[in-house]
Design a protein around this ligand. Structure first.
Ligand code: CAA
Length: 246
């Protein structure tokens, strides 16, 4: 396996951490961004103690110029970016009739506008070098919708629209663009759902449990392989069987 440079946005979160660990274990040089310096330093120290070396750079992916700075800082530390995982995401769950403009905008900005912000500064380099892997971490709820998540579901469905367009434009340049759509994985984000609501959701999962973050990271690593070069524009559901749309 060729060692590559990978940037995983939101790498300090539940699924992000698992992706960072798995890509480093494959020999890639991995970086992530952060917004909270103290939290990120503690996280990086914790990673180091486990033998995981990860570069951390400050910046909010929802901001165009901050995203450019993230990419520049990572390229300065590790070299040109070969693998981009657009993983950073937030929720602001509420039924639509109660939703504020801010709750709508924050979610669309962090989850969807970030895909433009982060991908735009890396795409030219990938095209010039004729190799790239871009992976969007979407959600089951972008595929099926979710009561209380009009903002989040719209952002996550939008991410796959981004994937399938970018996949077409960059296929000739050795760049694949794919989406991974996790279901309910045991992370802080899912644990923030009220317990009674969460129990009802868990009961709808045929495999009978929430997902493990590493079960998502496994699929992300799969798409980064050289041998995955003919797979582009795919949307891979990883949800314990909760939603089997096709
Ligand atoms: N289908 C139908 N009705 C539903 C429903 C559903 N799925 N969920 C809630 N309701 C109903 C309730 O039964 C209740 O009905 P009654 O008033 O008749 O008793 C009513 O909706 C409550 O509505 P409210 O407007 O009062 O809602 P609320 O303020 O109490 O909160 C909510 C509603 C915020 C949507 C809450 O139910 C919730 O948090 N739901 C979970 C949303 C969710 O799945 N988020 C995923 C977060 S994790 C993530 O996003 C990661 C990922 O990618 C999977």
């Amino acid at each position: 396996m060729t060692a590559r440079v990978a940037l995983v946005s939101g790498g300090t979160g539940g699924i992000g951490t698992a992706i960072v660990k798995r890509l480093t274990s494959l020999g890639h040089k991995v970086a992530t961004n952060y917004r909270d310096e103290a939290k990120a330093n503690a996280w990086a120290a914790h990673m180091k103690a486990q033998g995981v070396n990860v570069a951390i750079v400050p910046g909010d992916v929802g901001d165009v110029s901050a995203a450019e700075s993230i990419v520049k800082a990572v390229e300065h530390k590790l070299g040109p970016i070969d693998i981009l995982v657009n993983n950073a995401g937030i929720t602001r769950d509420t039924t639509f009739h109660k939703m504020s403009a801010l709750q709508w905008q924050e979610v669309i900005n962090t989850n969807l506008n970030s895909c433009f912000n982060m991908t735009r500064p890396v795409i030219d380099g990938m095209r010039n070098r004729k190799w790239g892997r871009i992976i969007q971490i979407s959600s089951i709820n972008g595929q099926k919708g979710q009561y209380g998540q009009a903002n989040y579901a719209a952002s996550k469905a939008g991410m796959h629209g981004f994937t399938i367009s970018l996949a077409q434009e960059n296929a000739k340049f050795g760049i694949t663009v794919n989406t991974v759509s996790p279901g309910y994985v045991a992370t802080e984000m899912v644990m923030a759902v009220p317990e009674d609501v969460r129990a009802k959701i868990a009961a709808q999962i045929p495999i009978g449990r929430l997902g493990d973050p590493d079960e998502v990271a496994y699929a992300v690593a799969f798409f980064t392989n050289d041998e995955a070069r003919w797979i582009t524009g795919a949307n891979l559901a990883i949800n314990g069987g909760q939603y089997m749309g096709w």
